[in-house]
Design a protein. Structure first.
Length: 105
């Protein structure tokens, strides 16, 4: 399972592991939708309903120290969840982080 998670996380894109019914996942998605990403540089991975959902969350806990979703990766670094993304956006730091990996148009 670690291979699946690690295969999704690449240095030049943003990856969000989420469940559509989760309000913090919706928050993260809404904040990220304010930015113009290059094609293929923003991935939302819905883990709800997957047979291996628990394993994915266990793997995320090993990598990030947190098992909850959303787990938001900018490049290969986990920046946390929905309120973390919102905080970085509100402080103006998020755009710079996205530009640093070349994800924005």
């Amino acid at each position: 399972m670690a291979e699946f998670v690690k295969a999704q996380i690449k240095g030049d894109k943003v990856v969000v592991f989420l469940k559509p019914s989760c309000p913090y996942c919706v928050l993260a998605k809404n904040v990220l939708s304010k930015y113009k990403f290059k094609d293929g540089r923003l991935d939302f991975i819905d883990i709800s309903g997957r047979d291996d959902m628990g394993n994915i969350q266990d793997c995320l806990q090993q990598i990030t120290g947190g098992r909850t979703v959303p787990r938001v990766f900018i490049g290969e670094k986990c920046i946390g969840g929905g309120s973390d993304v919102e905080g970085l956006h509100n402080s103006g730091q998020l755009e710079g982080m996205l530009q640093a990996i070349g994800a924005l148009q």
